[in-house]
Design a protein around this ligand. Structure first.
Ligand SMILES: [Zn+2]
Length: 492
């Protein structure tokens, strides 16, 4: 496919010299947008941002890359993804959240570790071509680390943890330690490893506590799906509903006692001293004002996933109140099993439209705020605000260029508005992480995307066959999670 804009012209410098990237607009995010601006990069860092003439004059020996009619901005920080679920795209498009998660159990169990890698690679392909440079990914198998590393992405992979059987608590934490050690050995410097306590209905309060202790002692980053659905609310408050019955039966947990705690999921986790500044609460659609005050007091960050929440019928998170209270919030696409595409432009647009519609107030969110949430806001939510999320000297050279030469952008009054109201992932034509070009003129430079796409296609065909045959959760072939064997002390 021929891009609408001509290929970029350049005399890119070798890695140790300065390269100046010029564009019709530069969007530093932490500073006002610049028309006819430039970004100077040396090695993996940004060294200067400013008017093109000034930057060129200050770096006379630099290589020059003219990006023409484009907007250069920081790469997106995707605060919640599951790269390894990318082959699940479109498989459960119209299921209600409770049914969706029940069916997802079978689908997850049907892939082998190698197939999870093929699935995560497809997710890495899409991330790069849609301008995502930092991922906050959730992975049971840890294969996302390899997929993200091969592709050249930055970020964090949270290893997913399940367990409600406190008789196995020590064993679970030993496994967690082993998995952390193995994952850290695999991860390059630009990808760190955290833990994802899956959710209050799949992780016991004591397991949450043990993970929080590790977080306090070691600064370990922890995430969890929190206050996502009404089912979860009913489960924590009353110890009943779909998660207390159907879901537990599915996982072989039906004989274990369910406690009614009588409080909201966020209050429940606070009572177990789970929260601190390293904690990322994903979703929070059911959060009340009291809950939001708890998140703020404990400096917990939130990953807001408006499309996933809307598509699964979970609701709309109280973003206006969270921002008003000063909670750190980033934007996440969630997995393609939930919201199909990892398009941060579409996510920003949906966020703005949903909140303006539900609040009946246009002042609740503007385009500039959306771009900030999708970049610097996400970086701050992940504790990476000093390293990425904006175009500033000293930060990593993680940036993208968006082609705005096509008719749906003309004329441009405000570059943030152009991006939020008009752009989509196909408009990205350059993705750079740490000064390294990963995608240029819509061509991948680090990976064989065609091979990854066809491998993922094969995985999907196998998956469909196995799901039809009926799969066993935790079978020897499954890459996904082994529940406690029957009679292991689960009956109490
Ligand atoms: Zn998730």
């Amino acid at each position: 496919m021929t891009p609408a804009r001509p290929p970029m012209t350049d005399t890119a410098a070798p890695n140790d010299r300065v390269t100046v990237y010029r564009a019709d607009w530069i969007l530093p995010v932490a500073a006002p947008a610049l028309a006819d601006g430039a970004l100077a990069v040396a090695g993996d860092r940004i060294v200067a941002v400013g008017p093109a003439a000034e930057i060129s004059a200050a770096h006379p020996g630099a290589g020059l890359v003219d990006l023409g009619r484009s907007i250069v901005m920081p790469g997106f920080v995707n605060c919640h993804s599951h790269l390894e679920y990318t082959t699940f795209r479109g498989i459960l498009d119209d299921a209600e959240f409770g049914d969706w998660i029940l069916q997802l159990v079978d689908i997850k169990a049907s892939l082998t570790p190698d197939e999870y890698l093929d699935s995560a690679r497809l997710g890495a392909v899409e991330s790069i071509s849609s301008g995502i440079t930092t991922v906050a990914d959730t992975s049971y198998t840890g294969t996302s680390i390899r997929a993200a590393d091969e592709a050249g992405l930055r970020g964090r992979v949270y290893l997913e943890v399940y367990g409600i059987d406190d008789a196995r608590l020590d064993e679970t934490m030993r496994e967690v330690d082993e998995r952390l050690t193995a994952a850290r050995a695999l991860a390059p410097e630009r990808i760190d490893v955290g833990l994802m306590a899956h959710a209050p209905y799949t992780v016991s309060s004591r397991l949450y506590e043990a993970i929080a202790e590790r977080s306090r002692a070691e600064g370990l980053k922890v995430a969890s799906h929190v206050a996502e659905s009404r089912h979860e609310l009913t489960y924590v408050r009353a110890g009943s509903g779909k998660f207390a019955h159907d879901f537990r039966e599915k996982l072989g947990w039906e004989r274990m006692l369910v406690q009614p705690y009588g409080v909201s999921p966020i209050k429940y986790l606070q009572q177990w001293n789970v929260f601190n500044e390293h904690f990322l609460a994903v979703h929070c659609t059911q959060a009340t004002l009291d809950d939001i005050r708890i998140l703020r007091a404990k400096d917990v960050a939130v990953a807001h996933c408006p499309k996933s929440n809307a598509k699964l019928g979970c609701g709309v998170a109280p973003l206006a109140d969270m921002l008003h209270q000063g909670v750190r919030v980033g934007l996440g696409t969630d997995s393609p099993a939930a919201s199909n595409i990892m398009d941060m432009f579409d996510e920003m647009r949906t966020m703005l439209l949903l909140h303006r519609a539900t609040e009946r107030d246009v002042t609740v969110l503007d385009a500039e705020r959306c771009v900030r949430l999708a970049t610097l806001g996400g970086a701050e939510a992940l504790g990476l605000g000093d390293a990425v999320g904006s175009l500033e000297p000293g930060k990593f050279a993680d940036f993208i260029a968006v082609d705005v030469s096509r008719s749906h952008f003309e004329p441009i009054a405000n570059p943030c508005s152009a991006l939020v109201y008009g752009a989509n992932q196909d408009d990205v034509f350059l993705t750079v992480v740490g000064g390294r070009v990963l995608y240029r003129d819509r061509v991948f430079t680090t990976i064989d995307d065609a091979a990854f796409r066809s491998a993922a296609h094969v995985v999907r065909q196998r998956l469909q066959e196995r799901v039809q045959e009926g799969v066993q959760v935790g079978s020897a072939e499954s890459g996904w999670w082994r529940p406690a064997p029957a009679g292991s002390g689960a009956e109490r």
